[in-house]
Design a protein around this ligand. Structure first.
Ligand SMILES: Cc1cc2nc3c(=O)[nH]c(=O)nc-3n(C[C@H](O)[C@H](O)[C@H](O)COP(=O)(O)OP(=O)(O)OC[C@H]3O[C@@H](n4cnc5c(N)ncnc54)[C@H](O)[C@@H]3O)c2cc1C
Length: 306
């Protein structure tokens, strides 16, 4: 644990806040892979002013990482030094509907949008409900599925920079592309406004049901995974390259390639982050050997090795 390394807790030198500081938080409980060491400190700001106050007064040499729902993250076994920010207070889980737009705060779970869409007749955004994770993470990764991604529906986003200043940015500023955005790493996404369409509850429910059915049939469901491990190289499918290179049955320790979709890696229960990272790296190596193509990780890796 970090305390033995650092003697004193860094909480002693962090600014006083109204939100919560939590020490040595096991990040395995905050990520879908269910692996990884602790956050030295997790900070859950109470609201936007609390977050701004923290950023203005945080000693510059204490590293800050941001997590959302942890569905696209591999946290290494040695954990994450410094502060891990999670926008997990009620303030950051709100939404506002105005005209044909919905403003969602970054800590909202995508799945919670389902009820809001059904109750308010909001359509055109159903794809988001089936993507695990939180709103903030969705825009950072320009999440998408079923032929749509955040880029197609984004009106604007509110971000806070590392000096605690809030500003509004627009799609053109962000250069959203396939699973990528131009958000500098020290920008914190606070909220996003999405363009919606009017729809009736029956058609929304039909779309949601079809999406769920597709996922259950074609992807690992209720498994410890972080979704697609590698981005699709332009014009190609990562899973096809993985299969063609004979990697679809690989296993290292408790980490294995999913039998249902070979671009998904699974923690079978006893995997370490190292098992998962090594398995991913082995796939990259073998695909390169067989096809000359270098797969790029879609899953984000944070923290230090044990
Ligand atoms: C079973 C399964 C299926 C999946 N299917 C899809 C799919 O169909 N399409 C798809 O696009 N993805 C898919 N994913 C991947 C994942 O759900 C998405 O990438 C999701 O948008 C990540 O959101 P998150 O909140 O979990 O982010 P995290 O995993 O917590 O973080 C991802 C990145 O976003 C950053 N981040 C998070 N919140 C903020 C914030 N507020 N401000 C700034 N940066 C932030 C983190 O620092 C990190 O770099 C799937 C994952 C799983 C487990």
């Amino acid at each position: 644990m970090f305390e033995s390394l650092f003697q004193k807790s860094i909480i002693d030198i962090l600014p006083k806040v109204r939100g919560k500081y939590l020490k040595n938080v096991p990040l395995s409980k905050h990520t879908w892979f269910g692996v990884g060491g602790p956050a030295e400190v997790m900070f859950i700001p109470q609201d936007i002013d609390d977050l701004s106050h923290f950023l203005i007064n945080k000693p510059y040499n204490i590293p800050l990482s941001i997590i959302g729902g942890g569905s696209n993250l591999l946290v290494r076994d040695g954990g994450v030094p410094g502060v891990v920010l999670k926008l997990d207070s009620p303030y950051f889980r709100r939404y506002e509907i105005k005209d044909d737009c919905i403003k969602c705060y970054a800590g909202m779970k995508n799945i919670d949008l389902k009820k809001i869409f059904l109750n308010n007749g909001i359509g055109g955004l159903e794809f988001l409900c089936s993507i695990p994770g939180h709103i903030g993470g969705s825009i950072k990764t320009n999440a998408g599925c079923f032929g749509k991604c955040i880029k197609d529906v984004l009106v604007s986003a509110e971000i806070m920079d590392s000096t605690g200043k809030l500003k509004t940015v627009y799609p053109d500023d962000l250069k959203l592309s396939y699973r990528h955005s131009l958000f500098p790493d020290d920008w914190i996404i606070v909220s996003i406004t999405l363009k919606a369409e009017k729809a009736d509850a029956k058609s929304i429910m039909e779309t949601l049901d079809k999406q769920k059915e597709y996922r259950i049939k074609n992807q690992p469901y209720n498994e410890k995974t972080a979704g697609s491990t590698f981005k699709n190289p332009e014009g190609l499918k990562a899973w096809e390259l993985i299969k063609k290179s004979g990697c679809d049955k690989l296993q290292i320790g408790g980490a294995k390639v999913s039998e249902k979709h070979c671009n998904f890696l699974i923690n079978t229960g006893k995997a370490t982050a190292e098992d998962i990272e090594n398995l991913g790296n082995l796939i990259v190596e073998k695909v390169k050997e067989n096809t000359s193509i270098t797969l790029e990780w879609e899953v984000k890796k944070i923290g230090i090795n044990k």
